[in-house]
Design a protein around this ligand. Structure first.
Ligand code: GLN
Length: 491
């Protein structure tokens, strides 16, 4: 890891502005690091020529005194975001050769502000998964290892490539999408910071759709400040996404370092699960202590419908996925397998183009939406969703400013270790994160310590709608107390 790749995004921004180094030097250092770290499979596409051309343009703008907020900052983009002229696959065979003719709104914002694209990062196929194991382009290996062990660990998923790239210093920040935890869980597994903003804060336009009422994009970085800087650029009104708000985007960086004195932090008792590792309970308690020591007031709260969030999510998300993925029919995009007539062509194309987990979700989704089952499953799940949302609203109405919970029920597990016999074993990873998507709230995962095996553990803060600022302030308190965690390079 070179000095330039170890900088925080904020430090790199300031160094570039002072001309301590150039954007081309910064891009070069990262491109070299990426080349050396191919064993991680974090990137599914490297774009070195584009990176250097963008960096050169950044240097010119810096010299002309016209630098943007992210001028010259090398970033990685999850392969769920459309990038103009750059292959975008959602890590699915069915989009194997898809080259979009436009950029997503999020990536447009990043390039508008001067960021440099290093490449596209790996993810679970169509962002369905929690270990980056369903990707058509191969599993991602975490830069982290257990003490004294060479067992390959998962970086989490679905944004496993982005999390691994940030943790291994292969970029200064990355984009992710989070439908049920795909930013926060990999952030927790890799000792990085990840925020899922309020539903509607960031435009979904040009992002491959999974479950449209839950999907939200957000950043990964190595510090809270860096995620705040990135979110400011990613967020903002977009008439092309009718669910995207026109509320002004605050300067989130100003919230970093702001006192949390007097704020009330809810501790939901339903997040204390039977059989949860003692270390998770311990880190949660540690987090409570840190917030209290900074002047926050802790309050025990109840979110009584929490236990129904996971089952309801695994009805709503597949239902929306089955509808969204209907467009991959072999006519307009990617793979096409010929058949004797158009119906057989559809069937063969979709059977061949989608992986096992995606096919499972489409079948579940189609089933719960079908006549006769719609009321029993889909409608029920939507009603449960309202109750989950109401649980949070009641707490916020009673003066709670945010919640503190563990981000995941365990530290990172081994590649291939979970969900083989029973997919539900994998789904259980999302137990602390899906509630936040179901309620449309903002949630941030911040590293809080290492477990006995030397693996990172994360805490989650959940905020009121559009109050990402409070999350940045409180996450920074935890970060200051916990410190930063870096994986030892073995790759
Ligand atoms: N792991 C969850 C799932 O498989 C969430 C994925 C996500 O947030 N994209 O659905």
């Amino acid at each position: 890891m070179s000095e330039l790749t170890s900088l925080s995004l904020a430090a790199a921004r300031d160094g570039l502005a002072k001309k301590d180094f150039s954007a081309v030097e910064l891009a070069d250092a990262h491109l070299l690091a990426i080349e050396k770290a191919r064993a991680l499979n974090a990137y599914v596409l490297e774009t070195p020529e584009r990176a250097l051309a963008m960096a050169k343009a950044s240097d010119a703008r810096i010299h002309a005194g016209k630098a943007g907020a992210l001028e010259g900052i090398p970033l990685a983009v999850k392969d769920m975001f459309c990038t103009e002229g750059v292959r975008t696959t959602a890590c699915s065979k069915i989009l194997e050769n898809f080259v979009p003719t436009y950029d997503s709104t999020v990536t447009q914002h990043l390039w508008r502000d001067g960021a440099v694209m290093l490449g596209k990062t790996n993810n679970d196929e169509f962002a369905m998964g929690s270990a980056n194991e369903t990707s058509y382009l191969g599993t991602v290996t975490s830069p982290w290892r257990r003490k004294g062990s060479n067992v390959a660990l998962t970086p989490g998923g679905s944004s496993g490539g982005s999390a691994a790239a940030v943790a291994a210093h292969l970029c200064l920040g990355a984009t992710g999408t989070d439908t049920g935890g795909s930013i926060r869980q990999p952030a927790a597994f890799t000792g990085t910071v990840g925020i899922k903003p309020t539903y509607g804060r960031v435009s979904r336009w040009g992002i491959v759709a999974f479950a449209s009422s839950l999907d939200q994009a957000g950043p990964f970085a190595r510090t809270v400040r860096d995620t705040a800087i990135l979110l400011r650029s990613m967020a903002g009104h977009d008439p092309k996404d009718t669910t995207c708000t026109d509320k002004p985007v605050p300067d989130y960086e100003l919230a970093v370092g702001k006192s949390i004195k007097g704020l009330r932090v809810g501790i939901p008792k339903e997040y204390r699960l039977d059989g949860m590792p003692a270390e998770i309970e311990k880190i949660w308690e540690q987090g409570r202590e840190w917030l209290k020591a900074s002047g926050a007031e802790l309050v025990d709260v109840s979110l009584p419908h929490t236990q129904y969030a996971l089952p309801a999510y695994y009805i709503v998300a597949p239902a929306e996925a089955s509808s969204n993925l209907a467009r991959y029919d072999g006519v307009r995009y990617g793979v096409r397998v010929p058949g004797k007539d158009i119906t057989e062509m559809y069937e063969k194309t979709r059977a061949d183009g989608f992986g096992a987990e995606v096919r499972r979700r489409i079948m579940i989704g189609t089933y719960v939406l079908s006549a006769g089952y719609y009321d029993a499953y889909y409608l029920r799940a939507q009603q449960v969703r309202t109750l989950i949302k109401r649980d949070f609203e009641t707490c916020f109405a009673n003066g709670v400013d945010m919640m503190l919970t563990p981000a995941t029920p365990s530290a990172a597990f081994g590649v291939g270790e979970k969900g083989k016999a029973d997919p539900v074993e994998m789904y259980l990873n999302d137990v602390f994160t899906v509630t936040v998507n179901m309620a449309g709230l903002p949630g941030i995962a911040v590293p809080a310590g290492l477990d006995a095996q030397g693996l990172p553990l994360g805490l989650q803060l959940i905020g009121r709608p559009f109050d990402e600022e409070t999350l940045f302030s409180a996450a920074h308190v935890i970060e200051k107390a916990a410190g930063h965690f870096t994986a030892k390079a073995w790759w």
